[in-house]
Design a binder for this molecule. Structure first.
Ligand code: FES
Length: 160
């Protein structure tokens, strides 16, 4: 993916200022502005981090810490679909590692990577609050629960 020039439009800059004005400390707006940056530039590169840091008067290192803490920010181009397998306690005990290994084998990528055809990004993420249906994963904007290898195969087949 070719990244657009790292600069918000004047309308987006007005939105940044509006968001910053909602909080006693402008840093409160950092997460939504990072989402705006990701939506605009495709992912949050180091260049994007530095640009956003400048909008907040923060160091790029501070913004980098935030970006790398949350799995919802992508530091590289993401696939058309994001498969995020929970590997927290309940899911771990219910076999999340086996599910992850199965998906890695099927997709030919490791967790954190995107398939060569750009179809799927595979992630291992923390609790998604559906512990009662462990093991589970989020596929784009929906939850897939009580996973088995066969069920994962069916889900992958439907991702174009
Ligand atoms: S531990 Fe997996 S959803 Fe909570």
């Amino acid at each position: 993916m070719t990244i657009a020039r790292v600069e918000f439009s004047s309308e987006q800059l007005a939105e940044v200022r509006r968001l910053q004005g909602l909080y006693p400390d402008t840093r409160g707006a950092l997460l939504p502005v990072l989402h705006m940056a990701q939506d605009t530039f495709g992912y949050v590169s180091l260049e994007v981090e530095a640009y956003v840091a400048g909008l907040f008067g923060l160091s790029p290192a501070h913004v980098h810490e935030v970006v790398t803490f949350y799995t919802l920010y992508f530091q590289q181009p993401k696939g058309r679909h994001v498969v995020a397998v929970c590997h927290n306690l309940s899911c771990h005990l219910a076999g999340a590692q086996d599910i992850l290994r199965h998906l890695e084998a099927r997709l030919g990528v490791q967790r954190g990577e995107t398939t060569e055809d750009g179809r799927v990004t595979l992630q291992a993420v923390e609790c998604l609050c559906a512990c009662e249906a462990a093991p589970m994963m989020q596929v784009d904007d929906r939850y897939e629960m009580n996973l088995t290898p066969d069920k994962c195969d069916r889900i992958l087949r439907d991702l174009r």
